[in-house]
Design a protein around this ligand. Structure first.
Ligand code: PXP
Length: 251
């Protein structure tokens, strides 16, 4: 049952900055990519300012906030440095993620249950500043319940494990992981949390995630930026949107 209607698509433009930084030059420009994504129908732009600044830089956040007509979802670790940047930049949304310097990408979900008190205090000023705060977590009910208790408005369910199992052709395991994500989405929704999902989503694996009725937003980056090499960013996004709408039963 699609009681929550059309899914929003957040386009993560981190890897435009990865390509830029590979040469230490000014291009490709992440803001230009974000504006193209906006024109192609993206509902929001996600950018992750990592502590090591390996892709997005502080100046990108300023440029995105000033230049975008659609909401900016600012992803960061729950550190004092990032809290100060958020309070200054005032993005529409903040997604808190775990961060390890040695990882290639955000490998797991945030341990909200294990750091509940600190995170509750971390989230409060962000909320007071008007940001929709989201916790990037796995489907473990303990993490979902803790996210509700600390006052987050949103949980973003980590689809990385599902995506990996799908890519490895482990159909049964991918199905079990999908089922756990479905249960997690239902629990989060029942606790009053808005549900998002993302990580590792592609044309081939997006449909079952897009069809989870409680999910309201998908955040997709690496695959779209890669596909843009072949199709162009606009076409890559339009195709993803089409697959999401099909899965949702809207077309
Ligand atoms: N959502 C969150 C919280 C993420 O950290 C990432 C990766 O930066 C994504 C979504 C997008 O993942 P991908 O780049 O694999 O599509």
């Amino acid at each position: 049952m699609n009681y929550l209607g059309k899914l929003r698509l957040g386009v993560n433009i981190d890897h435009v900055a990865t390509v830029r930084n590979a040469r230490g030059s000014a291009w490709p420009d992440p803001l230009r990519a974000a504006l193209l994504a906006e024109a192609a129908g993206a509902d929001g732009i996600t950018a992750h300012l990592r502590e090591d600044r390996r892709h997005i830089r502080d100046s990108d956040i300023v440029a995105l906030k000033a230049g975008l007509g659609i909401p900016l979802n600012f992803e960061c670790a729950a550190t004092e440095e990032m809290q100060a940047i958020v309070l200054n930049a005032r993005p529409h949304a903040v997604c808190l993620v775990p961060e390890k310097r040695a990882e290639r990408t955000t490998e797991g979900g945030l341990d909200v249950a294990g750091d509940e008190n600190r995170l509750a205090h971390f989230v409060a000023p962000l909320r007071d500043a008007g940001a929709r705060v989201s916790m990037f977590i796995g489907h473990d009910p303990r993490q979902i319940e803790a996210s509700a208790r600390i006052g987050a408005a949103v949980v973003e369910l980590h689809t990385g494990h599902y995506s990996d199992l799908h890519a490895e052709g482990l159909a049964e395991e991918a199905e079990a992981e999908l089922h756990a994500l479905q249960k997690g989405a239902a629990l989060a929704h029942s606790l009053g949390l808005e549900v998002h999902a993302g990580h590792g989503l592609t044309y081939d694996n997006v449909a079952p995630i897009a069809a989870i009725p409680e999910v309201m937003e998908l955040n997709i980056g690496h695959f779209l930026i890669g596909e843009a090499i072949f199709l162009g960013l606009e076409e890559a996004i339009v195709e993803m949107r089409h697959r999401m709408d099909l899965a949702r039963g809207l077309i």
